[in-house]
Design a protein around this ligand. Structure first.
Ligand SMILES: [Zn+2]
Ligand SMILES: [Zn+2]
Length: 156
């Protein structure tokens, strides 16, 4: 059986991202990131991401890639966006090769996030979301998380 696929598009429609619908329903795969780089690159309060293996993602169109070298971890993060309308589309971190962070605002279904990253950079007036796991910066890479990454084919 083929998994049902859902598609999100950039504002002008030149770039689209398709993912299995089952993953879109999983809060534990979804996170908000309040780091300054996400904020600046999106012009937003926090980036809203779905983390999933690259092999589960189909991209149509040719996104532009910005190599973001000025990161807290010192690794160069690849930030993909539409060169026509500027919508952020996804990010890739070489520390988690094979994992993608899809910018979820491009989709119609806005699933509740299961985690929040870089809470230390969240403004005081913004409230936390009930039942989400909060991290001061990046979440800890636990053995459980490592196993999950291994299972989905991500090299760390
Ligand atoms: Zn576009
Ligand atoms: Zn971030």
């Amino acid at each position: 059986m083929v998994d049902k696929v859902v598609t999100g598009k950039c504002l002008c429609g030149q770039i689209s991202v398709s993912i299995p619908e089952v993953i879109l329903n999983k809060s534990e795969h979804i996170g908000l990131c309040y780091c300054k780089n996400c904020r600046q690159s999106g012009g937003c309060l926090a980036s809203y991401n779905l983390y999933l293996p690259e092999k589960d993602v189909t991209i149509q169109g040719e996104p532009k890639i910005y190599l973001d070298k000025d990161t807290k971890s010192g690794t160069t993060v690849r930030r993909a966006f539409c060169g026509n309308c500027g919508s952020p589309m996804f990010g890739k971190n070489p520390n988690f090769a094979g994992l993608m962070a899809i910018r979820l605002g491009c989709f119609d279904q806005l699933t509740k996030p299961g985690m929040v990253l870089f809470c230390k950079d969240r403004p005081q007036w913004d409230k936390s979301i009930d039942g989400t796991q909060e991290n001061e910066t990046m979440p800890e890479v636990t053995d459980e998380f490592k196993d999950w990454l291994k299972n989905v084919g991500v090299k760390i």
